[in-house]
Design a protein around this ligand. Structure first.
Ligand SMILES: Cc1ncc(COP(=O)(O)O)c(C=O)c1O
Length: 370
């Protein structure tokens, strides 16, 4: 049997032969290291894949959120609605532009922002909603856009985990004014670090392009129209990203098969629960399960670890983290998932036999007969 991935964050063998060959060829050709033609080619692939008018790649999926908020004009005195259960970068980006993240509990049916609670939290200072399509899942996106439209809020989609996931065939990240992606290891594709912003709005794209390049409308010409960052990409990473994009369709398909296989083998194993996942549209990045019972998740993770199988507790609820500890509210669902959720080995290179072995061990832990 192939070795089951020891640590959950060792996801994809991203520097495969194809990437090595592409990087060597590029360097041999006297390639331009900083952002140039290869970066434009990578951006075009992202725009085409997601069906967006424009794509701009940057150095990670945290800074892409910061740039998106800056481009939308969000800053001091503004409030931005953010789910309480997400990777902490979603909230940090808001704080980093000087605005206030308003943390809202999640909807247990899909682990995304609770839309009713979000609506109830809107004040005259609310300027935007960050909708995080966690693990490629989402609501009826028409409801999300309707909420933003009703209150004239900017809709920024944090689709960091959603490359390859859609709602009714339309790619996630393309329902809001800006969509943000991450290519950090271990996303479905990776450039080591990296992120992308997609939009159909030419003016927003122009602002994004300026912000990532010191506020300059033209690269290399030192006239600065606005305050900007240096969040440019490198062509060296783009060469890897282009190769990764060639693997994306296969990985999306394989992630769905893996999810289905785990679900088939474990859905009757008490006390494990799966979150409803529509595999027509959603390509889950991680296999996430909920393990009910005080301390059971930790005991299961330890049992698996002792058998060479890596797993990882899901993100903590954001309001439990020191920078947000003053935040009060009812976060029953985000607390529940953050205390009970577990990621199982999910790399697309896992064989069916690897998955079967993981499931046999899980069933053994719960004393189930095979
Ligand atoms: C939902 C979400 N937002 C933002 C980020 C931040 O992306 P990066 O690690 O590229 O900065 C991540 C990374 O995992 C994420 O999962």
């Amino acid at each position: 049997m192939a070795e089951v991935t020891k640590r959950i964050n060792q996801m994809e063998p991203w520097l495969g032969e194809e990437e090595k060959r592409a990087v060597t060829e590029y360097l041999d050709s006297g390639g331009w290291l900083t952002e140039f033609k290869k970066t434009r080619e990578f951006e075009k692939l992202i725009a085409d894949f997601t069906g967006s008018g424009y794509a701009s790649v940057v150095n990670n999926g945290t800074i892409s959120l910061v740039i998106a908020l800056m481009a939308l004009g969000i800053g001091g005195g503004d409030e931005v609605i953010v789910p309480d259960f997400t990777m902490i970068a979603s909230a940090n980006a808001v704080a980093l532009v000087g605005a206030k993240p308003v943390l809202i509990d999640i909807d247990p049916s899909n682990l995304c922002l609770d839309l009713e609670r979000a609506e109830a939290a809107i004040t005259p200072r609310t300027k935007a909603v960050i909708y995080v399509s966690l693990n490629g899942r989402c609501h009826d996106m028409n409801k999300v856009t309707a909420l933003a439209d009703k209150y004239h809020l900017h809709l920024l989609e944090d689709a960091a985990q959603s490359l390859g996931s859609r709602y009714q065939g339309k790619h996630l990240g393309t329902f809001g004014e800006i969509g943000s992606f991450s290519f950090s290891f271990p996303k479905i594709i990776t450039t080591g670090q990296g992120g992308a912003l997609v939009t159909d709005n030419e003016e927003l794209f122009r602002k994004i392009s300026m912000i990532k390049d010191f506020g300059r409308p033209q690269s290399g010409v030192d006239y600065h129209e606005i305050i900007g960052l240096n969040s440019k990409f490198t062509d060296l990473q783009a060469v890897i990203g282009i190769e990764q994009m060639r693997k994306l369709d296969w990985r999306v398909k394989r992630k769905k098969e893996i999810y289905q296989h785990y679900h088939h083998l474990l859905h009757n194993t008490e006390p494990i629960k799966f979150t409803a996942t529509n595999l027509e549209d959603c390509s889950p990045w991680f296999i996430d399960i909920v393990v009910d019972g005080e301390g059971t998740r930790e005991a299961l993770a330890k049992f698996l670890d002792e058998r060479g199988i890596g797993s990882r507790p899901v993100y903590p609820a954001i309001h439990t983290q020191p920078p947000y500890s003053g935040v009060k509210g009812d976060f029953k669902n985000s607390e529940h998932i953050s205390q009970r959720g577990l990621w199982l080995p999910s790399a697309s290179f896992l064989s069916d036999q690897d998955i079967e072995r993981v499931c046999i061990e899980i069933k053994r832990f719960f004393g189930a007969t095979q």
